[in-house]
Design a protein around this ligand. Structure first.
Ligand code: SF4
Length: 316
């Protein structure tokens, strides 16, 4: 069966072996983050609805999970904000009832957590990884470029409510964007928000792949370390450490991407057009090749190009 709503599983440093479930069409989201790996949000909405048919998701999950694959997590993530799908709670219930041995994870941008119905629907999930990149309205607007109906303070309130009601692990992620949220006033606001939210863990990330905006640069490791200490024992996601090896990782996709890059450097959009793979799927294989040290990103004025490293026979 060719899956349209499942991707991977791929090795992930954060989640081990994780099967992705994508409930949202590309690119539908409540935000339009400058660093988004899926490109510009062309449907920036707050409307919750059945964006894709649940029966299709159930059919694919049954087909995949009946083979009893070894997975660390089944993760709701992908081409947009998963909680925009009005049926996410039904998929959670379906998985918990039919495949109770698998742990569930949700990657969310936190924008809909202020809604009680959303918090109820995601409550049975084992691990929630929400993001919070800004704690001031100005920074939220410039970094996350939200739907006009969203306010930063409501997002923080939603996270606080989640913490009160939810008993599983909350692993909060912050994307550090130099010049936007690494200044003292922004970090002070983030720190006080974290003190109110009380997540179990805080993880810091920065740009490690082409984002929506070409001008965005990654934060350097020294800055990240300083921020981690200031925020109080935050962890830095080690973007270049190889993830776990898994037998179900589709080597042929990885090889196809590698062979394509051997011929010429490409952007993610080029690879998507050439290989007919979904951006979220391409991104996973690219992350794996980056982690293996086989390819690198060359940021140019015309865009961010992926190319074979010189040490692996790539051109200078
Ligand atoms: S990074 Fe996540 S939250 Fe931000 S626009 Fe992309 S999909 Fe939406």
């Amino acid at each position: 069966m060719r899956y349209r709503h499942l991707f991977g599983p791929v090795p992930s440093r954060r989640l081990g072996v994780s099967l992705g479930v994508d409930l949202i069409p590309l690119k539908t989201c409540t935000l339009n983050c400058i660093y988004c790996e899926c490109g510009e949000t062309n449907n920036c909405t707050l409307e919750r609805k059945e964006y894709i048919l649940l029966d299709e998701v159930y059919e694919e999950l049954n087909d995949y999970l009946e083979k009893k694959p070894g997975l660390d997590y089944i993760t709701f993530s992908g081409s947009g904000e998963p909680t925009l799908h009005s049926g996410i709670g039904k998929v959670v219930k379906f998985l918990k009832k039919k495949y109770p041995s698998y742990k569930l994870c949700l990657l969310t941008n936190s924008t809909l957590l202020n809604k009680k119905s959303v918090r109820e629907e995601i409550r049975p999930i084992d691990l929630i990884v929400p993001s919070l990149d800004a704690a001031t309205e100005g920074c939220f607007q410039s970094l996350n470029r939200p739907n006009p109906g969203l306010k930063c303070k409501d997002l923080i309130e939603g996270l606080i409510k989640l913490r009160h009601e939810y008993e599983g692990e909350i692993r909060l992620e912050i994307f550090i964007a130099p010049g936007l949220n690494d200044m003292p006033e922004e970090l002070t606001a983030l720190k006080s928000a974290l003190e109110r939210i009380k997540p179990d863990r805080v993880q810091l990330g920065t740009l490690d792949r082409p984002g929506t905006e070409e001008w965005l640069e990654p934060a350097d490791y020294h800055t990240m370390q300083g921020i981690a200490v200031y925020l109080g024992n935050a962890e830095i996601i080690d973007i270049f450490k190889p993830g776990p090896k898994i037998s179900s990782f589709d080597d042929s996709c990885s090889r196809q991407i590698y062979e394509t890059l051997k011929r010429r450097p490409c952007t993610i959009a080029d690879l998507k057009a050439l290989l007919n793979l979904r951006p979220a799927e391409i991104q996973k294989y690219i992350n794996h090749l980056l982690a293996q040290g086989k390819i690198e990103i060359d940021h140019q004025e015309r865009g961010s190009f992926l190319k074979i490293k010189k040490s692996h026979g790539g051109r200078a």
